[in-house]
Design a protein around this ligand. Structure first.
Ligand code: GZL
Length: 324
């Protein structure tokens, strides 16, 4: 059973924590209890999507601004590579380990090794499914079930009769894939006219989304809507829909999650119909939490990032100001 600590007392929204943060003006290095510069080992998922690229930049930029010495690794979406990186950071005796677990399970052993080495762990972006919540100090990231619910709400509000949905799932076993599916299905459950007629992983990549959509277009007699768990797979689906001689956003409507620049551009151009935002800019909060954790201060066990949704009109207005 996934231990997601979401009691009101433990949930601090993005703005609250950032507002009380001491700011990371880059004035010198942040020091740990030993007085030395804090060293963080960060094990990143990979570089699979525009969201991941923005997330990595945020972590690297904010570590620099906070004067935290960052050791960074890219696991190319393989759990064994993340586990290797975490073991490497333990051997290097870093002050803190942070990572975005590529999948929910299989972490207890390596996180127990970090605990025994007295190295605190911070989860960012994705959660793990473990009964032992002592294995990490806090989980900073979005509520993916809520993101799925927002997508489902739009689907229900915009369905005009029997609606066949095809779903491009994220990486198999990943928290955002599991939870975005769960939230969407929760909302359409009350509408028997809305059916998910096909669902398959595109692994959060543009090429994966295109390949799976090509297969769906061949196997499904009628597709009305694509629900893609991220913009990149939605953009891949657009390529497949166009190649099949159909008009994305009109013949086949598209709902995605993330709201990165390429997705927002397609939304503004009418090729995507609705995007649920997932905020990748976690770096500042991560560094604020890190400074507290290294000093042994209490931090909330769960920090939820705030994020919204975009229609085509809202995307046109928001695009010029988007950071990523
Ligand atoms: C969500 C993040 C997901 C994004 C994808 O927080 O883990 O992984 O939605 C990314 O774009 O690949």
């Amino acid at each position: 059973m996934l231990k997601k600590i979401t009691t009101a007392a433990s949930v601090i929204a993005l703005c609250a924590l950032t507002a009380c943060g001491s700011g990371s003006g880059g004035a010198g290095n942040s020091t740990g209890s030993s007085g030395d510069t804090i060293t963080m080992g960060f094990a990143q998922v990979g570089a699979e999507s525009g969201w991941r690229t923005a997330n990595t930049k945020s972590i690297q930029d904010e570590a620099k601004a906070a004067g935290i010495d960052l050791k960074f690794s890219d696991a190319q979406q393989k759990q064994e590579n993340q586990i290797k990186a975490i073991r490497n950071y333990i051997q290097q005796k870093v002050d803190v380990i942070a990572f975005s677990p590529v999948v929910e399970t299989g972490w207890d052993t390596v996180l127990l090794e970090a605990k025994r080495a007295n190295i605190p762990v911070i989860l960012t972006d994705r959660a793990i499914d473990s009964d032992d919540t002592s294995l990490y100090k806090t989980f900073l990231g979005s509520d993916f079930v809520e993101e799925g619910r927002k997508a489902g709400d739009w689907m229900v509000a915009n369905a005009t009769g029997p609606t066949n949905v095809v779903e491009l799932q994220g990486t198999t076993g990943a928290a955002p894939a599991i939870d975005r599916k769960k939230g969407f299905e929760e909302k359409i459950a009350s509408k028997p006219d809305i059916k998910i007629v096909a669902s398959q992983t595109g692994d959060f990549t543009r090429s994966g989304g295109k390949q799976v959509m090509e297969a769906f277009l061949k196997s499904q007699p009628k597709i009305d809507v694509v629900y893609a768990h991220n913009d990149d797979m939605g953009l891949g689906a657009i390529e497949a829909i166009k190649a099949a001689g159909k008009v994305p956003g009109k013949d086949i409507k598209i709902i995605t999650v993330d709201a990165v620049k390429d997705g927002m551009t397609a939304l503004a151009n009418g090729e995507i119909n609705f995007i649920v935002e997932c905020n990748p800019l976690l770096g500042k909060q991560l560094m604020e939490l890190t400074k507290k954790v290294v000093k042994g201060e209490q931090v909330p066990p769960r920090v939820v990032t705030e994020e919204g949704t975009f229609t085509q009109e809202q995307a046109k207005a928001a695009l010029p100001q988007r950071q990523y």
